[in-house]
Design a binder for this molecule. Sequence first.
Ligand SMILES: O=C(O)CCC(=O)C(=O)O
Ligand SMILES: [Fe+2]
Length: 316
Amino acid sequence: MTTVNLSAADRRETGAVAAELAATAPGLIDDPHWVAEARRMSCRLPARLREATRLFRHDPGRDGVLIVRNLPVDEAELPLTPTVPESVERTATVPAAVAVMVTLQIGEIAAYRDEKSGALVQNVVPVPGREESQSNAGSTPLEMHVENAFHPHCPDYVGLLCLRNDQPLNAGTMVSSIRTALGLLSPGTLRVLREERFTTTPPPSFSGGGPDPAHAVLRGDPDDPDVKVDFHATTTDDDEAKVAMEALRGAFLQAARTLVLRPGEMAVVDNRIAIHGRTAYQPKYDGYDRWLHRTFIHLDHRRTRAHRAGNGNVLF
Ligand SMILES: O=C(O)CCC(=O)C(=O)O
Ligand SMILES: [Fe+2]
């Protein structure tokens, strides 16, 4: 797994730029002027961090995950972990500024109008009453998935910055990549997965009304394909395709790694070749539960232009 450990000096430098960005008017993450400043200031992140994001963009490695450690997140300064449904971060705090700048060094930040009110930085927190839900508000196992697999412009990368983790450290982000899982699958299974025999249902908030288009689970170079699957939302009517999907799920589980993120650690998952999920844990709802900031990244902002009003960062 590609890992960058920031030195104490790098952490200080990142903290200084993030504090300056957090104090930049109007101090609201979703404001286009603030995003423009964040984009510009992200060029002042330490060289070793910019070097790592540049190399990761060129080659996500076998795991398709970049881990950045020792980012400036000061747990003692954090407010209580939010507990409300659909929680998002609107205020430009230091941790949010860090998440946005790392995001903007990889590509362009993106969000979806119909998800978490289109906020560019979203809170991944457990929500009382949603324990069993197959969403990031739940605390039972979250099935592995490509993020927004149903969307024609799903993110190229997903960023997850840890602000706080649960104690004892049970909650883990599971990641697995098709580059690792591919060798565990038979040629017959791979052939079926390359055919348009699968559909992925959007969450109710996104529903466009029409039937979900059939798609292949594996696409591109047979030896190094992209993957599009969500083991909760992708289905198929035919038995052969069901068996192939089960085999793929097994291979992904066999190849999976569990990342227990600590405060100040950010995982960037390449959403083309890697899938992710979450292990079960026990929230306490006492204000000190696990808390991540999530961002989405597109590499080619222009390609999504027809899906974005006013050339902003929110897709419909
Ligand atoms: O909680 C996690 O580690 C990941 C949850 C998730 O899949 C997401 O927020 O997209
Ligand atoms: Fe996810």
